[in-house]
Structures are given as structure tokens and as C-alpha cells.
Design a protein around this ligand. Structure first.
Ligand code: FES
Length: 69
């Protein structure tokens, strides 16, 4: 699904950017151009970013538990 219509940036591209180390809307803005035109996408882009960051945190915690056992 397209998140930023002005720059044709999808939720998948935002998740891929998070996987590559992006962790803030400011970085999405700088690296992908999210929100650089009308700005209407910023709140949804933040939601996609936050959800994916949180999902990555859960996986890291599960791996730590598995290693400790
Ligand atoms: S929809 Fe992202 S800048 Fe317009």
C-alpha cells in the first residue's frame, strides 16, 4: 500500500528501511523523502515505522530468551 502518494513510497519500502537501520521519521524524511511535499503521510508513516520497530524488538527479546536457556 502506498503511504506517501507524493513520492510513491509504500509501507513495504518503509519496513525495508527499518530493517536497514532507520529508526525515526526524520530519517525516513531524509533517506526516502517521506513527507517532503504535502506532509499528509507523516502520521501514517510514523505508525508503520513504529509498528515495525516494535515487531523487531519482540524478535530480539525472543532470541535473547532462547540463547539464555
Ligand atoms: S503524501 Fe507524502 S508528502 Fe504528500
Amino acid at each position: 500500500m502506498i503511504v506517501c502518494v507524493c513520492n510513491n513510497i509504500s509501507d513495504r519500502e518503509i519496513r525495508q528501511a527499518v530493517d536497514l537501520g532507520i529508526s525515526s521519521v526524520a530519517e525516513l524524511h531524509r533517506e526516502l523523502g517521506v513527507g517532503t511535499m504535502c506532509g499528509k503521510c507523516v502520521s501514517y508513516a510514523r505508525e508503520v515505522l513504529t509498528e515495525h520497530l516494535e515487531s523487531k524488538t519482540v524478535v530480539t527479546e525472543l532470541r535473547r530468551v532462547a540463547q539464555a536457556a
